[in-house]
Ligand binder design. Structure first.
Ligand SMILES: NC(=O)c1ccc[n+]([C@@H]2O[C@H](COP(=O)([O-])OP(=O)(O)OC[C@H]3O[C@@H](n4cnc5c(N)ncnc54)[C@H](O)[C@@H]3O)[C@@H](O)[C@H]2O)c1
Ligand SMILES: O=c1ccn([C@@H]2O[C@H](COP(=O)(O)OP(=O)(O)O[C@H]3O[C@H](CO)[C@@H](O)[C@H](O)[C@H]3O)[C@@H](O)[C@H]2O)c(=O)[nH]1
Length: 334
């Protein structure tokens, strides 16, 4: 039996692939390489370059492998981009979910762990955010993921599919051995951008908005180490395989850092001065996103090991220094 990882060539998916393999699982990866990199996929995994919406090729994946459970990371995931191209998000995220669920039903796959997001909440009235907090997405990206959650939920109620939806807050850091890490082309995420600036790869660093209703006027996010995030996925898989009921969990650390906090911490970690300029707010951005993740701890037994912003930025910095161009010019692992 194998675990199918959709989007396993991406930042978070590649960390899941590595950890599953390290724990002795057989892993099959499907990725269309739209934002991911072939080199990011551990050479021990079977790899199919394939779009989830490609009916024929997905049939091949399920016919050639005995799939026990699916981890679904594959999506477009940029808040800012989704404000400019909403249909791209509804098509690739929500649209492909329908094909996928049909395939799971057709091939009798009963367990699904889904990558959801804090973006489903929009601008929360109170923080920290718990799973029942009102969901009013402020971007098509968040809306596309909320729709996916609802579709999965309805299907699970009418079939024998059981699912766990994990609403991640801001994922950052890299594997502890710096063998894999965050690589996007172009990069839009705050921590890698700050580190690219620190290493001299960027001429300018912009902070989007300094007039939010926060202590220093910049947006606050709950940054979670990618290693802790993947641990929660492994626990979620076990929970489902042990017969756990379908459910939804936040993943974050119950504390937030402003953009200026991140810049100051990155200065301390890198030992370099980091200048920045203020720019307009980025459309679609909520001001504060901080998780209450008690439910994941209580129900899944999740125990974060790396709840430390210096450690998160240090691990990201180590990966960046080892691979300044990310996967783009990397020679690969196979
Ligand atoms: N990075 C974060 O902070 C964060 C936070 C919350 C949720 N998420 C979610 O986690 C997941 C992974 O995010 P990431 O940061 O690793 O992104 P990523 O872009 O690095 O990875 C996504 C992967 O999915 C693949 N993909 C996209 N559409 C596909 C399709 N139709 N068929 C096959 N493959 C496809 C891409 O090529 C890429 O390898 C996403 O679902 C995202 O919404 C990420
Ligand atoms: O050059 C930059 C890049 C980002 N930001 C700001 O930094 C904050 C964090 O931005 P980013 O790293 O792009 O993350 P988010 O937009 O918060 O989104 C991430 O975190 C969400 C969950 O909170 C996920 O759903 C998304 O997929 C993931 O990209 C935001 O206020 C941005 O406006 C800047 O000021 N300058």
């Amino acid at each position: 039996m194998a675990i199918l990882v959709l989007g396993g060539a991406g930042y978070i998916g590649s960390h899941a692939v590595k950890k599953l393999l390290d724990s002795g699982e057989k892993v099959v990866v499907v990725d269309n390489l739209s934002t991911g990199f072939r080199q990011a996929v551990d050479s021990r995994a079977a790899f199919y370059e394939c779009d989830i919406a490609d009916d024929t090729r997905m049939d091949r994946v399920f016919e050639e492998n005995e799939i026990e459970a699916v981890l679904h990371f594959a999506a477009f995931s940029l808040v800012g981009e989704s404000m400019e191209a909403p249909l791209k998000y509804f098509q690739n995220n929500t649209g492909t979910m329908l094909t996928l669920l049909e395939k799971l039903n057709q091939y009798g796959v009963r367990h699904l762990v889904f990558s959801s997001t804090a973006a489903v909440y929009g601008e929360p009235e109170t923080v920290p955010i718990h799973e029942e907090t009102q969901k009013r997405p402020t971007s098509p990206y968040g809306e596309s993921k909320l729709m996916m959650e609802r579709i999965i939920s309805w299907v699970s109620r009418t079939t024998d599919l059981s699912f766990v939806s994990l609403r991640y807050f801001n994922v950052a850091g890299a594997s502890k051995d710096a063998s894999i890490g965050e690589s996007h082309q172009p990069e839009t995420h705050l921590i890698p951008i700050v580190l690219e600036y620190a290493s001299g790869k960027r001429d300018a660093l912009y902070v989007f908005g300094n007039d939010y209703d926060t202590a220093d006027g910049t947006c606050i996010r709950d940054y979670i180490h990618v290693e802790d995030l993947i641990d929660a996925h492994i626990l979620a898989l076990k929970y489902l395989m042990d017969g756990g009921a379908s459910d939804i969990f936040n993943l974050g650390y119950n504390r937030g850092y402003s953009i200026l906090d991140i810049i100051r911490t990155a200065e301390a970690v890198t030992g370099r001065e980091i200048d920045f300029e203020y720019r307009e707010r980025r459309p679609g951005d909520p001001s504060v996103l901080v998780a209450n993740a008690d439910k994941a701890m209580d129900t899944l037994g999740w125990q974060p090991q790396h709840d430390n912003i210096e450690e998160i930025i240090t691990d990201a910095w180590q990966w960046h220094q080892k691979n300044p161009d990310g996967w783009v010019t990397h020679e690969g692992t196979d």
